[in-house]
Design a protein around this ligand. Structure first.
Ligand SMILES: C[S@@+](CC[C@H](N)C(=O)[O-])C[C@H]1O[C@@H](n2cnc3c(N)ncnc32)[C@H](O)[C@@H]1O
Length: 315
């Protein structure tokens, strides 16, 4: 099935039309999507945070300025914004579908309240534990190290899809808990540029695996650098992403076209290969020290300083 129903012209479309990006306001696109047509939504909406506070970036104190899209319009207007787009999401979700909404304390209470007002069925509140958070510069708070992800079905009587067994398998044979320890995005995920609030691919891979099947339609109304779309494409789901900013969409497009670089298996393989190589080097070094002989693989018994520098190090 292709996305014939959308009135606007996509900013980018893959050859088979399974991956589409729209540069548009969310309120222009969502109303053109038919009722009960989407299987899964992940939304990471504006935090309404960029209003002159400070934060820590690469060890430096900087003003929080993620962009105009992140400026607060006042508590009530922010809440009305959340209620409006959530209500559209509720309308377009299939009865078997579900939505994951991510946010920090600045916005998550409004999002949760809006979902309650719309009579959605809250399934879980997942705590994403950011294993490597930036330090708290004010030293008057605990280090902010979690983000909440509310998982909900569109209506109280909805029968949402959940791949329980896949999640159990991913958790080493034990039930997957609602506390997820996941590090911030890796370098490879930012190879075409950074988005200020980019989510890690691992987080989205898990969400998509847990709550959708192959060929399902996944939508992200605030797509940013396209993390949801990349995770969807890597797992053979179809994707629609919406964002106001074409600079972010350009990152999403380039990530999509080279998406295999973000495959966890590939990343794991490289990591394991490096680990094995490092372990072998250690073994040889220990052996050579014991026997007082140089390692077998070294071409010359008298190693130069340069050769030593080329040796892989343990990490
Ligand atoms: C929190 S970021 C999402 C980041 C994304 N999850 C990622 O991994 O890159 C929110 C995004 O919503 C976009 N945005 C804000 N208001 C919007 C609106 N009314 N319609 C469409 N996109 C909007 C912003 O440009 C921004 O990229």
């Amino acid at each position: 099935m292709t996305f014939k129903f959308l009135s606007a012209f996509p900013w980018y479309m893959s050859d088979n039309r399974d991956f589409m990006l729209y540069q548009q306001d969310v309120f222009e696109i969502l109303p053109s999507i038919p009722d009960s047509s989407v299987d899964l939504i992940f939304a990471d909406p504006p935090y309404f945070l960029s209003n002159g506070g400070i934060t820590c970036k690469s060890g430096k104190m900087v003003k929080v300025d993620k962009g105009d899209w992140d400026k607060s319009r006042g508590i009530e207007a922010n809440h009305e914004f959340n209620r409006r787009w959530l209500s559209e999401c509720q309308r377009i979700l299939k009865p078997s579908g579900s939505i994951f909404v991510s946010g920090t304390s600045h916005v998550i209470f409004s999002l949760g309240f809006a979902m309650q007002q719309l009579n959605m069925k809250i399934l879980n509140d997942i705590s994403w534990f950011k294993v490597n958070p930036p330090p708290n510069l004010a030293c008057r708070y605990f280090t902010h190290s979690t983000e909440t992800i509310i998982w909900a079905a569109p209506h109280k009587d909805s029968r949402h899809y959940f791949d329980y067994h896949a999640m159990k398998k991913e958790n080493g044979g034990k039930q997957m808990k609602s506390l997820w320890s996941i590090t911030s995005p890796l370098k490879v995920e930012k190879r075409f540029g950074k988005h200020p609030t980019q989510k890690p691919i691992k987080l989205l891979m898990r969400i998509i695996k847990a709550a959708s099947r192959e060929d399902d339609l996944v939508l992200d109304p605030f797509a940013g650098s396209g993390t949801t779309g990349i995770a969807a494409a890597l797992q053979n789901r179809r994707f629609i992403g919406i964002d106001l900013d074409d600079e972010y969409l350009e990152i999403a497009r380039q990530r999509f076209e080279t998406r295999d670089e973000e495959l966890p298996v590939k990343r794991k393989k490289v990591y394991r290969r490096r680990q094995k190589k490092a372990a072998r080097t250690v073994k040889k070094t220990v052996k050579s020290k014991k026997t007082d002989n140089p390692p077998k693989s070294s071409k010359s018994p008298q190693k130069s300083k340069d050769d030593k520098d080329k040796n892989p190090t343990l990490f």
